[in-house]
Design a binder for this molecule. Structure first.
Ligand SMILES: [Cu+2]
Length: 136
């Protein structure tokens, strides 16, 4: 738990957009996600190929640790998760996205990012950054 909080604090210190971490210690992301919902643009209608990020949790280990990927604003980004445990994926975009990971293979979570910048994807229970997306 402290690992997660420290990770989030470092992100805040780095001056990045961290819509989610102010309340990360509460374990609740639903409230502030709803707060930012209204600012999401509806412009990403162009058909773009999705950026896929594979994440695997097995035996307490996380593979694909802190992968760097690039994506365009509005481009679909898909997380493909194989996991043997429950966790929470948290996308540090604005607005942020949270996905509930279950112990199952082939879970897919899709989202888009509306604001350019560096977007980190965290596993909150494991306290790990699994990927960083450079959004342009
Ligand atoms: Cu977070």
């Amino acid at each position: 738990m402290t690992n997660v909080r420290r990770g989030c604090a470092l992100v805040l210190l780095a001056g990045l957009l961290t819509a989610g971490c102010a309340s990360a210690d509460e374990g609740e992301h639903a409230d502030h996600a709803a707060t930012h919902q209204s600012s999401a643009p509806a412009s990403a209608t162009a058909q773009q190929q999705a950026v896929t990020i594979a994440v695997r949790l097995a035996g307490g280990a996380v593979t694909s640790d802190d992968t760097r990927v690039e994506a365009a604003v509005g481009q679909p980004i898909e997380l493909v998760v194989d996991s043997d445990t429950s966790d929470e994926l948290h996308v540090h975009s604005d607005p942020d996205h949270s996905f509930e990971v279950k112990p199952a293979a082939g879970q897919r979570f899709s989202f888009t990012v509306a604001v350019p910048g560096r977007v980190e994807i965290e596993l909150h229970d494991a306290g790990r950054t699994v990927a960083t997306i450079l959004v342009r």
